[in-house]
Design a protein around this ligand. Structure first.
Ligand code: PMP
Length: 403
């Protein structure tokens, strides 16, 4: 008898992420990795955090080391509410819940909205961590057509035929992981119309929103909905923010902005799951954010923006005909489409073996297992010479005959 016999049925859908397994291989000396989509540790505001933790522990050690409220540290929630107002999303602290990264929010939102067999609309491709979070709630996935129209009725009929309802559409509208693409204002309005027609939620993952390197910011979907309805409590969009890509992912601090009814339900879930996110981390983040958020984000944007430019430039020079790629205005990723018949996973095996080079094959980002001839490149942790050498090797690999 195996122990696994005792596992709940929901674990059948919980598979090891291809990226995690892959990252284990990347300790090889000298490997040029464009795989991990993580911030550059060299950019963390280390001195500011050292000072913030020291101050918090000196001034309020009892509070910092104690249990606290599930909703989150009130001064931080107020600071976030102020930030949200700056991007057109006026809300009160009561509409903000602190989570342990936005990843936790995705898990809770899956738990809140999905019964087994319900439909979640996601892009093909989409953030694989969202699929990982939702999988435990046993949804059916359908392809969200983000830039073209598909009638609401088609989505509805397919969901009902599968025995459930469309509960939400999920997307990362700014500089998405994995494509780097941004949905324009008209596209966001169209998605809101679709959600109205389907009477479902919109989960807006804003993990990369602050990382814009060019162009004009597009209002968050929740801001557009708020402008339509004038009342946050009437809005069906749930906005998930994060400090991971701006200040630090290790502290695990993110947030949700949503209608009070949604926040209240999420609070109950968080209470049952982990009581609250780490008090001292919330207090430290609050201090650092108050002291230098804008200046720090400017610094991060300048660094990543230069790396994006270097990657787009190197791709232009080194990719053979038949390879296309996205031109992201922000974020950390460029998405490549290879000629039909070239398999990203096979290419990775050869890249590691022959060129000491790594990236993420695109299939893992597709809920239906398609996307063979795609791959994701991350430029966040690479300097210009590494990017130049990496893209040169990738170009050579794509030109070399397959053995
Ligand atoms: N959403 C997207 C699109 C991401 O890429 C990530 C991290 N890779 C997350 C959410 C989760 O980030 P965190 O939990 O650190 O906020």
């Amino acid at each position: 008898m195996s122990l696994a016999q005792n596992f709940a049925t929901r674990t059948r859908r919980m598979k090891a992420s291809e990226i995690r397994e892959l990252l284990k291989l990347l300790d090889r000396p000298g490997i040029l990795s464009f795989a991990g989509g993580i911030p550059d540790a060299a950019l963390f505001p280390k001195a500011e955090f050292a000072e913030a933790y020291a101050e918090v522990l000196a001034e309020a050690p009892g509070q910092a080391l104690q249990y606290s409220v599930t909703e989150g540290y009130l001064p931080l929630r107020r600071w976030i509410a102020g930030e949200m107002a700056r991007i057109g999303l006026a809300c009160g602290a009561e509409n903000v819940l602190i989570t342990s990264g936005s990843q936790q929010a995705l898990d809770y939102l899956g738990k809140l909205f999905l019964s087994p067999g319900d439909t979640a609309l996601v892009g093909w491709p989409t953030y694989m961590g969202a699929l990982g979070a939702f999988n435990a709630y046993e949804p059916r996935y359908d392809r969200l057509h983000i830039r073209t129209n598909r009638p609401a009725e088609d989505y509805r009929a397919a969901a009902e035929a599968a025995g459930g309802r469309v509960k939400f559409l999920y997307l990362s509208p700014d500089f998405a992981n994995p494509t780097g693409e941004t949905v324009d204002r008209a596209g966001r309005e169209r998605l809101l119309d679709l959600a109205e027609d389907l009477d479902c939620m919109v989960l807006e993952d804003a993990a990369y929103q602050s990382l814009r390197y060019e162009g004009t910011p597009v209002p968050p979907i929740l801001a557009l909905e708020l402008a339509r309805k004038g009342d946050l409590d009437a809005c069906r969009t749930v906005y998930c923010g994060s400090f991971s890509k701006t200040l630090s992912p290790g502290l695990r601090v993110g947030w949700v902005v949503a209608a009070s009814t949604v926040i209240q339900q999420l609070v109950l879930m968080k209470q049952a799951a982990d009581l609250h996110s780490a008090t001292i981390n919330q207090m430290a983040i609050h201090r650092v954010a108050e002291a230098c958020f804008d200046a720090h984000v400017d610094k991060v944007r300048a660094a990543y923006g230069a790396r994006r430019d270097a990657m787009l430039d190197a791709l232009e020079r080194h990719m053979p005909d038949g390879v296309t790629w996205t031109k992201p205005e922000g974020g950390m990723f460029v998405w490549l489409t290879l000629p039909r018949g070239v398999d990203g996973a096979d290419l990775l095996a050869r890249a590691i073996e022959e060129k000491n080079l790594a990236f993420v094959p695109g299939r893992a980002f597709h809920a239906d297992g398609s996307g063979e001839n795609t791959l994701r490149l991350s430029f966040s942790c690479a300097d210009a010479p590494m990017i130049e050498e990496g893209m040169k090797r990738l170009g050579a690999l794509l030109r070399a005959p397959r053995t």
